[in-house]
Ligand binder design. Structure first.
Ligand code: NAD
Length: 497
């Protein structure tokens, strides 16, 4: 009997009463490592009700006490860093070092949440009118909801609930059903850090659970990260139900390579950014745009990619792990075939990848396409696999136009020795996160994660100051205290000074 994954409801780790259980598998072997429930309607309802009750108490807890929970939490996460990473590797297939990075990027957000008092201060102004002062507070919203994807089961939940809860909200997390063990371990440690019961709830399940939560009248704000179709559904349904929504979606990230760039830096960075984590990163580089003479480096890029091999999580020589499930592998192989059929040149083909000792793993080897055109499905769709496309243009202006015409706007980078080219690129490109000689420009948590266009629906982004704005309301108070002056009578107009 495989382990049943618990849910966290009202401070208790509970076994769902659901009749529907979904297998959680090890993507390197297909071994079933756990069963995760599709929470029942009654469990969802109870989780929202107890989150609401928890909020009614937590909202009045002193900000320094809320920060202390986060301080204890970040210490516990650091203490258990390796153990969480190992669990994460087991259910995602990520290499151990990559799994540690996933956890670390989340810990950094918790460190920011410790800073909630300074971050959430309001503003004050004396004498906005004679003897009248104005000041603002940030107040929590209530019950918030987070729906997270499979590809960062530590980092992305940690983008959400620590900031929301530090602000005084309660939070319901619905992690990906594909790798729920890591988020559950994060939740256990949060309870151990002293979080009061009901402040964090974890519900498992698929779209039925999400859809029940999306329209629930007691949920006021929704954070979503996942694929573009689902992001659009979440954003439309959430806002139709008059909720605050931030929805982070898919991507097609381009790297521009100028001929004056340092060749070896370009090649090293492109390899890691494109096939690292098997390309299953929303900030992975999936298109390399070679400008002018830099195109002659494509041969060396191919040689470097061919050196990378996937492997098991504890194989120190492996560049990355398997894809998350057989369907994901099938989808990537279909897209590779479509690329070939459409006339692109598959100069490195990872379709028939075999890893010794793991015949059932979802392996795809590094794959490189040249002669790609923009009408091909491999260019138009997010592949989410270790597949890099090469496009060639003659000028930086052409590269900028190409990228600005792509509907996605998550991340991009330019490699160049020219400050003028970099300055022009960062100014003109319609992408929310830009790297200058940095291939995967994920902002650290004192900034925010600022995808644009089809990669993000909403206005306030994840973590940083924008998260504080997303998870709070601003209340502005205009105050006058009477001394001895006696009002001369009712004032019937707007005061001018
Ligand atoms: P997904 O959209 O399949 O699932 C995300 C979450 O939504 C899961 O919790 C899932 O249970 C739920 N869900 C799935 N289908 C649903 C439906 N029809 N209705 C309601 N809920 C539904 O995404 P995934 O495959 O887990 O993750 C990969 C995707 O996430 C990629 O597209 C990647 O680019 C994107 N992503 C984006 C960012 C970003 O910051 N922009 C970060 C990480 C991942």
């Amino acid at each position: 009997m495989t382990q049943k994954v618990n849910m966290l409801i009202n401070g208790e780790m509970v076994t769902s009463q659901s009749q529907e259980w979904i297998p959680v598998t090890n993507p390197a072997t297909q071994a079933v490592i756990a069963q995760v429930p599709n929470a029942t309607t009654a469990e969802v309802e109870y989780a929202v009700a107890t989150a609401q009750a928890a909020f009614d108490v937590w909202k009045d807890v002193a900000v320094s006490e809320r920060a202390r929970v986060m301080l204890r939490y970040q210490a516990l996460l650091k203490e258990h860093h390796d153990e969480i990473a190992e669990l994460l590797s087991l259910e995602t297939g990520k290499t151990f070092e990559d799994a540690k990075g996933d956890v670390w990027r989340g810990i950094e957000v918790v460190e920011q949440a410790c800073n909630v008092a300074a971050l959430s201060m309001g503003e004050t102004m004396e004498n906005v009118a004679r003897k009248v002062d104005c000041y603002s507070y940030t107040q929590p919203l209530g019950v918030c909801l987070g729906i997270t994807p499979f590809n960062f089961p530590a980092m992305i939940p940690l983008w959400m609930f620590p900031m929301a809860i530090a602000c005084g909200n309660s939070f319901i997390l619905k992690p990906s059903e594909q790798d729920p063990l890591t988020p559950m371990r994060l939740a256990e440690l949060f309870v151990e850090a002293g979080a009061p019961k009901g402040v964090l709830q974890v519900l498992h399940g698929t779209k039925d659970v999400v859809n029940q939560l999306l329209v629930h009248p007691d949920i006021l704000a929704i954070s979503f990260v996942g694929s573009v179709g689902v992001a659009e559904h979440i954003y439309k349904t959430g806002t139709d139900n008059l909720k605050r929504v931030q929805a982070f979606a898919g991507a097609k990230n381009h790297m521009v390579i100028m001929p004056d760039a340092q060749k070896q830096q370009v090649i090293n960075n492109l390899v890691g950014a494109s096939v690292g984590a098997g390309g299953q990163r929303c900030m992975a580089i999936s298109v390399a745009v070679f400008v002018g003479d830099s195109r002659k480096w494509v041969g060396e890029l191919k040689e470097a990619l061919a050196q990378v091999r996937p492997g098991a999580w504890d194989d120190k020589g492996a560049g990355y792990g398997p894809l998350i499930n057989p369907q994901a592998k099938e989808r990537v192989l279909t897209l590779i075939q479509e690329g070939k059929d459409a006339g692109a040149d598959c100069v490195l083909d990872g379709s028939d990848c075999v890893v010794d000792g793991f015949p059932d793993g979802n392996w795809v080897g590094p794959t490189l396409f040249t002669k790609v055109t923009r009408d091909m499905s491999i260019y138009q769709e997010e592949i989410f696999g270790p597949v890099l496309l090469v496009l060639e243009v003659d000028t930086l202006d052409e590269a900028i136009q190409l990228i600005n015409e792509n509907p996605y706007g998550n991340g991009t980078s330019i490699f160049t020795a020219s400050g003028a080219a970099a300055r022009k690129y960062q100014h003109e490109i319609k992408v929310g996160q830009v790297g200058v000689n940095v291939p995967v420009p994920v902002p650290l948590p004192f900034f925010s994660f600022t995808g644009w266009r089809k990669s993000f629906y909403g206005d306030q982004h994840a973590y940083g100051k924008q998260a504080i704005r997303f998870y709070t309301e601003t209340k502005t108070i205009t105050a006058r205290w009477f001394e001895d002056d006696i009002a001369s009578g009712p004032n019937m107009t707007i005061e001018l000074k």
